[in-house]
Ligand binder design. Structure first.
Ligand SMILES: Nc1ncnc2c1ncn2[C@@H]1O[C@H](COP(=O)(O)OP(=O)(O)O)[C@@H](O)[C@H]1O
Ligand SMILES: [Mg+2]
Length: 293
């Protein structure tokens, strides 16, 4: 098969791991920087050109879209979708999963448990909205945050209100969320490929930090998840229409809560922590779905 990995750089861990897994299975692999793809729409013909070359003979694409390039990444995927090329990530699912607000609305509509979340543009109501939350702290997040950057823990009083006002004034969309204190700086990452759980790990924030992101100095260990957690992870991925995803969950007093679903989940943390061949599973998923002439 001819597989294209849409990635900003061939040296990224996940890109290399996927390329290696594909070559091991005797596929031909190309890495294309989607941001530098030219999209040609010529009447009813859609063409993707990269470095002056029209991209043809592609059996499948694996989009690895960075959060800063979601919009253009989705456009490139859409162009390939119109060409009926198999993709491990649909443009629609990417756009839905990337926006924390849209994602929460979809998951909630699907009956999945989430931390209580409020979105508001009204500075006047911030103080009364705080009464919606128990405890003396709330989590404030930029809607498009990633790697824990733009995720803050704040006291419910003037501190939270000042942060919200600053975000609103600088035109940054944010949300207020119930702080799940009992999670104790840990969360669970569940890796799902084609409705199957292929790895799970627990991430622990470094001392004095509540965010467990590995990019914020967190550490990870392999973790067995409960049947309920497995079911929720698969339902969440299904609700968003994803096939390859990383689901983050918090263990709360009232059971597991879904924090977010990552549409281009990194492979480094999960592969190194679980020693599972995650990239191989993704390639196998493609093999099972692309009909070769
Ligand atoms: N409501 C919350 N209660 C407790 N901890 C949280 C909450 N929201 C986020 N965290 C912690 O902060 C980390 C980053 O938050 P997350 O929503 O995943 O943002 P990002 O997309 O930037 O990773 C999570 O992995 C978790 O450890
Ligand atoms: Mg996260």
């Amino acid at each position: 098969m001819n597989i294209v990995i849409l990635s900003r750089s061939p040296v990224l861990y996940s890109t290399q791991s996927l390329a290696r897994a594909a070559r091991l299975r005797h596929h031909s692999v190309r890495v294309i920087d989607y941001f530098n793809c030219d999209l040609i729409i010529d009447g009813i013909k859609l063409i993707v050109s990269y470095k002056g070359q029209i991209q043809t003979d592609i059996d499948a694409i694996i989009p690895r879209i960075g959060t800063s390039w979601t919009g253009y990444g989705a456009a490139v995927i859409r162009q390939f979708e119109q060409l009926k090329i198999f993709s491990t990530l649909s443009s629609q699912a990417l756009v839905k999963a990337r926006n924390k607000l849209v994602c929460s609305q979809i998951l909630s509509a699907a009956g999945l448990p989430l931390p209580k979340t409020i979105i508001s543009n009204n500075s006047q109501s911030y103080s009364s909205l705080m009464n919606e939350f128990d405890g003396d702290k709330v989590v404030i997040k930029l809607i498009n945050s990633t790697h824990g950057v733009g995720v803050l823990l704040a006291n419910k009083g003037t501190q939270a209100q000042n942060i919200l006002e600053t975000f609103t004034r600088s035109n940054q969309k944010s949300l207020i969320q119930e702080y799940i204190q009992e999670a104790n700086g840990t969360d669970i990452r569940v890796f799902v490929v084609n409705n199957k759980i292929i790895g799970s790990m627990k991430r622990q924030a470094k001392a004095g930090e509540f965010r467990s992101n590995l990019h914020q100095g967190g550490s990870s260990t392999e973790e067995k998840i409960s049947d309920q957690e497995a079911k929720l992870a698969i339902q969440a991925v299904g609700a968003l229409g994803l096939k390859v995803a990383g689901v983050d969950m918090l263990r709360s007093k009232r059971g597991p809560l879904i924090l977010e679903v990552n549409a281009s989940p990194g492979l480094e943390g999960i592969e190194k922590t679980t020693r599972n061949d995650i990239a191989g599973e993704i390639i196998e998923f493609i093999e099972n779905n692309v009909v070769q002439e």
